[in-house]
Design a protein around this ligand. Structure first.
Ligand code: IPD
Ligand code: CA
Ligand code: CA
Length: 268
């Protein structure tokens, strides 16, 4: 394991411990905009991760959701210190820490990704061209592989609803289009974990619009190293910036998922 991956895992697990401890305590909550919440724990987690990565890699850029923008250079750490803030605020134990090291704007530029679910003690990680893995509750690493489900009607399909609906639209037509075609629908509330669940073969299809690099970069590499196909809703190559419609599937269901998403928009 290289030094960057080891440091990212260590930072994600330490921040995850902080989230787990604070989960049981009262929260201080601020609305950053319309329906865009942040808690004191998001901020404390970001400080902890940034100080560790900064100390280890002073020449790398760091960009984190709650405002950190430091450093220069080709390599950027994208950090979501608490992905799933709504769940955290409502005491629902489904959220994660997400960290990725990225050198550009395309999927191929994501060099490593780490996502940690502290309540379940489940760690997901990947390095480019080296596979994706999970470690749960201190067990040995297990290589991840997407599901082999080939029919939408046998599949569990997930999506998310971004805070800023004015920028992204409300996702209701897409959600309605999938409902009658699948075995089940999930809205778990952490985009980073949604992508890891595609990697682990739990979800077969996941789509969402308007994600930021800190939400998705870690999970994107983990999913793609586990065999997922990733594209825009219409099948075009997916870029990290500007944010657009992300579709991640087990590959077998990709064309069918594109058809469903396209039909949802044309039937508006
Ligand atoms: C949110 C979560 C959620 C997704 C939203 C994100 P946050 O991130 O990933 O699943 O649907 O689009 O903004 O705000 O909890 O870090
Ligand atoms: Ca997020
Ligand atoms: Ca967040």
């Amino acid at each position: 394991m290289n030094a960057e991956l080891a440091a990212a895992i260590e930072a994600a697990k330490s921040a995850g411990l902080l989230l787990r401890e604070n989960f049981w305590k009262p929260r201080s909550i601020v609305d950053k905009g319309t329906n865009d919440l942040v808690t004191d724990t998001d901020i404390a987690s970001e400080r902890m991760i940034v100080s560790r990565l900064r100390a280890a890699f002073p020449n790398h850029r760091i960009a984190a959701e709650e405002g950190t923008r430091i450093g220069e250079g080709d390599l950027t750490w994208w950090i979501d210190p608490l992905d799933g803030t709504y769940n955290f605020v409502h005491s629902v134990p489904r959220f994660s820490v997400s960290i990725a090291l990225v050198r550009g704007n395309t999927l191929d530029d994501i060099l490593l990704g780490v996502v940690y679910d502290p309540m379940f003690d489940e760690l997901f990680y990947a390095s480019r061209a080296d596979g994706a893995y999970r470690i749960s509750a201190g067990r040995k690493p297990e290589q991840l592989r997407v599901s082999a489900r080939a029919r939408l009607r046998d599949s569990l399909v997930a999506s998310g609803f971004p805070a800023n609906l004015r920028k992204t639209g409300n996702n209701a037509p897409e959600w309605s289009a999938f409902i009658p075609l699948t075995q089940g629908m999930a809205r778990m509330g952490s985009a980073a974990l949604d992508l890891c669940y595609v990697a682990a073969g739990r979800f077969d299809v996941y789509w969402e619009k308007g994600l930021a690099p800190w939400d998705m970069c870690g999970g994107l590499l983990i999913a793609s190293e586990a065999g997922a196909t990733i594209s825009e809703y219409d099948g075009h190559p997916f870029n990290l910036d500007p944010p657009s419609g992300l579709l991640a599937t087990n590959s077998l269901l990709h064309d069918e998922a594109i058809r469903v998403l396209m039909s949802a928009r044309t039937s508006l």
